[in-house]
Design a protein around this ligand. Structure first.
Ligand SMILES: [Zn+2]
Length: 481
C-alpha cells in the first residue's frame, strides 16, 4: 500500500489539468470549470477518500479529532459522509497551538518536511487570539499558481493586454502571494511595488501604466484620494480593474460603487482564508462583475474545495438557499488539507448555472465579514460592513470612518465618527449628520450618535482598516473600581 502522502499527491496530480496554460479563450480548464454537478461530486468524493486517510495519518490534531468523534478514515467514503466529521474551528487550532508551540499540529508539515520541501509560512491575520502559522510547501506553491490563474482568468485578466501593480507589503498574508504566482503563470507582468510608500506607488501607476491594481478595498480608496491630492485623476489613469482581498468589498454595495467610480474601473475580489489555501477559494467572475444591481455573487471553486453552509449554533449543514456560516474542506493542499474548517462568514449558496458558463457554486450577496467580527449592540447583531455601507452612501463624506461602542447607564451606545469631504460647506454639516443617522437606522435598525470630525482626523488606512473600537468591557472594569 502506498504511503498516505504519496497517494494524496498522486490524487491531486490526477485532477491538476491544464497546468501550464489555459485550454480555451474563455475557460482556463473547461473540463473542471464547466464540469457537470455529477462530475464535480465524483471528483470531490474521489479526493475526499484519500484526503481523509492522509489527514488522519499526517495531522495529529485531526487524528485526535476523529478519535474523539469515534470515527475511522474508512467511515468517509464519499461527500455524503462528510457531515460525520465534526467541524474544525480556529478555537481548536488555537488550543492545539498553545499545547504544541510554535507550529501546532494542525498541518501535515513536520520539521523534516518543512526543511526539505517547505516554501513559506503564512500567518492567520485573525482578529481573535494569537496568530497561527501555516507552513506551506513547494507543492502548494504550484497548486496556488494554478488555482489562482484559473480564478483570475474567470475575472477577465489576460496576458498581452494587462499588467498588475500589487500594492501589498509582501508580508505573511496569503492573498498577495497566490496572486503574484498566479499572474506569473498567466504571463501577466507585475509592476513591483511592495515596500514602496503610497506616493511612490501613485507615481508608478502614472509612469508604468498598469491596468490592474491589487490591494485591500480600504487602500484602493486611500490611494485614489492621494492620487487626486497629487494632482492626478485616478479615473483617467491606466487602471481598469481594482482587484481586492483581505476585507469585504464586492458584497458591500456602497463601497463597491465608490471604488468603481473613483477609479472608473471594475471591482473584483478573491475570498478565502489562510487555513485552507492554496486556492483563491472564492472569486468574482466577469459576469458577476458586469452585474451592477441586485445581490452580488462570488464563485467557489469546487473541484479543489468542498463548500458548505452550516447553522451558526449547531454547526449542522444547511440546504442551499439558507443563510449560514461557511465551512470548507480543502482538497488542493499538501500542507493544509483541512476537513470541514469553519471559515465563519455568513452567506447563502446557490448551485444553479452562472451566466459565465461555470457550474461551480456561488455565494449570493458575497461576503460581509467573519462572524467573529459581528457586533451585538442593544440586542441587534450587525456587521461593521453594514455601517460602512450606510456611511458610504453619503457622497459628501470622506472614505474613513470609525465605530465606537460604549456603555452608558448599562445601555450600549453606538457612536459613528465620520469626516466631511474637504470643501463641503459647514452650513451643510447638520444635514450630513442627519443623513448618516437616517442611513444607519434604515440599514441597521439602531439609532447611532453621529459625530462629524474635521477632514484628516481619522487614521488613513494603508492596509486593512481597524474601524471598530468596542470599549464596553473596559468601561465596565472602570465602573467596578
Ligand atoms: Zn460566473
Amino acid at each position: 500500500m502506498q504511503d498516505a502522502r504519496t497517494e494524496w499527491l498522486a490524487t491531486l496530480d490526477r485532477y491538476h489539468r491544464d497546468r501550464e496554460r489555459p485550454a480555451t479563450a474563455e475557460y482556463w480548464s473547461p473540463s473542471l470549470d464547466t464540469a457537470s454537478r455529477d462530475e464535480l461530486a465524483a471528483i470531490q468524493s474521489a479526493k475526499l477518500r484519500v484526503a481523509v486517510r492522509f489527514v488522519y495519518e499526517c495531522i495529529p490534531l485531526y487524528r485526535r479529532h476523529f478519535q474523539r468523534a469515534g470515527l475511522e478514515p474508512g467511515d468517509i467514503r464519499s461527500i455524503e459522509d462528510l457531515p460525520k466529521i465534526p467541524v474544525m474551528t480556529k478555537q481548536l487550532m488555537a488550543e492545539d497551538l498553545a499545547e504544541h508551540p510554535p507550529w501546532g499540529t494542525y498541518t501535515a508539515v513536520d520539521d523534516d518536511i518543512w526543511l526539505r520541501h517547505g516554501w513559506q509560512i503564512f500567518a492567520s491575520s485573525g482578529t481573535t487570539g494569537q496568530p497561527r502559522a501555516f507552513r506551506y510547501t513547494a507543492y502548494d506553491r504550484v497548486m496556488w499558481s494554478w488555482t489562482n490563474a484559473r480564478a483570475m482568468w474567470a475575472i477577465g485578466f489576460r496576458p498581452g493586454r494587462d499588467s498588475a501593480l500589487l500594492a501589498f507589503g509582501y508580508g505573511p498574508h496569503v492573498w498577495l502571494w497566490g496572486v503574484h504566482y498566479g499572474l506569473n503563470l498567466m504571463g501577466i507582468p507585475i509592476v513591483t511595488a511592495g515596500g514602496l510608500d503610497s506616493r511612490a506607488r501613485v507615481r508608478f501607476i502614472d509612469t508604468y501604466q498598469p491596468t490592474i491594481l491589487a490591494c485591500t478595498p480600504s487602500y484602493a480608496l486611500y490611494l485614489g484620494s492621494l492620487m487626486r491630492e497629487m494632482g492626478l485623476d485616478p479615473a483617467a489613469s491606466s487602471v481598469r480593474h481594482i482587484f481586492c482581498g483581505g476585507e469585504p468589498a464586492f458584497g458591500v454595495p456602497a463601497t463597491r460603487r465608490r471604488i468603481e467610480e473613483l477609479w472608473n474601473a471594475s471591482l473584483g475580489e478573491f475570498y478565502g482564508c489562510t487555513e485552507a489555501s492554496p486556492s483563491a477559494g472564492g472569486y468574482t467572475c466577469a459576469a458577476a462583475i458586469a452585474t451592477k444591481e441586485g445581490p452580488s455573487q462570488t464563485h467557489l471553486m469546487e473541484d479543489t474545495q468542498i463548500w458548505e453552509v452550516v447553522d451558526p449554533q449547531t454547526f449542522q449543514p444547511l440546504p442551499d438557499g439558507q443563510r449560514g456560516l461557511t465551512v470548507v474542506t480543502n482538497l488542493c493542499s499538501e500542507a493544509s488539507p483541512q476537513l470541514r474548517f469553519l471559515v465563519g462568514d455568513f452567506t447563502v449558496l446557490d448551485r444553479s448555472p452562472c451566466a459565465c458558463g461555470r457550474t461551480h457554486a456561488r455565494a449570493l450577496g458575497g461576503f460581509q465579514g467573519r462572524a467573529d467580527d459581528m457586533l451585538n449592540i442593544r440586542g441587534v447583531t450587525l456587521f461593521p460592513s453594514a455601517i460602512e455601507d450606510a456611511v458610504r452612501r453619503v457622497p459628501d463624506l470622506g472614505d474613513e470612518f470609525q465605530i465606537v461602542v460604549t456603555t452608558e447607564r448599562e445601555l450600549d451606545v453606538l457612536t459613528v465618527l465620520v469626516e466631511p469631504r474637504p470643501g463641503v460647506d459647514p452650513v451643510q454639516h447638520a444635514a450630513l449628520v442627519q443623513r448618516v443617522e437616517t442611513e444607519i437606522i434604515s440599514r441597521c435598525e439602531l439609532r447611532p450618535v453621529v459625530q462629524l470630525v474635521p477632514p484628516g482626523t481619522l487614521p488613513k488606512t494603508e492596509f486593512k482598516a481597524k474601524r471598530v473600537r468596542d470599549l464596553r468591557g473596559q468601561l465596565s472594569q472602570e465602573e467596578r473600581r
